[in-house]
Design a protein around this ligand. Structure first.
Ligand code: SAM
Ligand code: DTB
Ligand code: SF4
Length: 349
């Protein structure tokens, strides 16, 4: 059964028309949409950990972890479970509600999967939401992860189908959509978005959002990354994206996928605080929190806490299933949204 306000049939020309609106009109529409579905003064916070770093066989031109490029990254084996748990505990203590574990794999191997499943179980037992991004998944692998209790699986479409071949040649757009289908089929929540600032045309940004917004259901989590330009990668000298174009993409994502969390994802270290504030105004309501992304820097946690405090934005925190419902005055539609996943905003640590 679908919400009456949700659409999954967005046409490219409609999306391009949203991008073409005067900036203030677009932000006004996005903020109105945001307030119908969320508390506009809360963001969800996730902490990332690279559980297996570098020497990836894929050739994603943006990625410091691809074995095809000399980025000076020290490659590492799969981390020991206890090291992962220690990081997850630290993230929880710092106030994160979700712990996202990433591996530089094309897809997980049968040899590595048991340890990964144990990580899911142990991190979940800490009361954190769990997310993993391990590359392509076969249906059985998705089923095993779901059974271990994995809440979210991240697998990005990255860019438009038309521009994709300029960025990655070792796996196809269809492969990515297939993995998203397998994740959904297994009953996990989908986290999927893309990267802006890779030299794509405005039409590609609209087409990426069209791909995401025509998935049914929409991904629950939509990370919008700004390219982190890493020396040694083919995109190290990509031209900077106009910050207003980045904010526009956030606003359009918010309008197209009103009930999804839109994450102002990688690239915040290089982004001004006023631009980040505009992204929140445009409807971004999730961030990566903690001093590192996977292999590159993220703003210091303390700095983020200060920024959010200056903006009057609280952490949206999920705890165990017996957590009380939202404690602030929430619009009726919002209580409905969170009926299955109780949130509260107590841990403003
Ligand atoms: N290897 C797995 C995969 O690609 O499916 C999971 C890890 S991979 C690093 C996860 C995502 O990080 C990529 O899909 C990409 O969207 C994002 N990413 C990687 N390098 C980035 C960069 N330099 N700037 C912005 N986003 C990046
Ligand atoms: C996503 O969309 N962005 C994150 C997460 N999903 C896995 C990764 C960003 C990586 C940025 C480059 C790095 O730190 O290696
Ligand atoms: Fe490998 Fe993922 Fe990086 Fe692509 S984005 S090179 S698949 S780690």
């Amino acid at each position: 059964m679908h919400e009456p306000t949700l659409r999954h049939d967005w046409r490219l020309d409609e999306i391009e028309a949203l991008f073409a609106l005067p900036f203030n009109d677009l932000l006004f529409q996005a903020q109105q949409m945001h307030r119908q579905h969320f508390d506009a003064n809360q963001v969800q916070v996730s902490t990332l950990l690279s559980i297996k770093t570098g020497a990836c066989p894929e050739d994603c031109k943006y990625c410091p972890q691809s074995g095809h490029y000399a980025t000076g990254l020290d490659k590492e084996k799969l981390l020991e479970i206890e090291a992962v748990i220690a990081q997850a505990e630290a993230a929880r203590e710092a106030g994160a509600s979700r712990f996202c574990m990433g591996a530089a794999w094309r897809s997980p191997t049968a040899r590595d999967l048991p340890a990964v499943l144990e990580m899911v179980r142990r991190v979940k037992a800490l009361g954190l939401e769990t997310c993993m991004t391990l590359g392509m998944l076969a249906p059985e692998q998705a089923g095993q992860l779901a059974e271990a209790g994995l809440d979210y699986y991240n697998h990005n479409l990255d860019t438009s189908p038309e521009y994709y071949g300029e960025i990655i040649t070792t796996r196809t757009y269809a492969d990515r959509l297939e993995t998203l289908g397998n994740v959904r089929q297994a009953g996990m929540k989908v986290c999927s978005g893309g990267i802006l600032g890779m030299g794509e045309a405005p039409r590609d940004r609209a087409a990426l959002l069209q791909q995401l917004a025509t998935l049914d259901p929409h991904p629950e989590s939509v990370p919008i990354n700004q390219l982190v330009k890493v020396p040694g990668t083919p995109l190290e000298d990509a031209e900077d994206l106009d910050p207003f174009e980045f904010v526009r993409a956030i606003a359009v994502a918010r309008i197209l996928m009103p009930r999804s969390h839109v994450r102002l994802s990688a690239g915040r270290e290089e982004m001004s605080e006023p631009t980040q504030a505009l992204a929140f105004l445009a409807g971004a309501n999730s961030i990566f929190y903690g001093d590192r992304l996977l292999t590159t820097a993220n703003p210091q946690a303390e700095r983020d806490r200060a920024l959010l405090a200056r903006l009057g934005i609280r952490f949206e925190t999920r705890t165990l299933d017996d957590a009380p419902a939202i404690q602030h005055a929430a619009p009726a539609v919002m209580s409905e949204t969170f009926a299955e996943t109780p949130y509260y905003d107590a841990a403003q640590r």
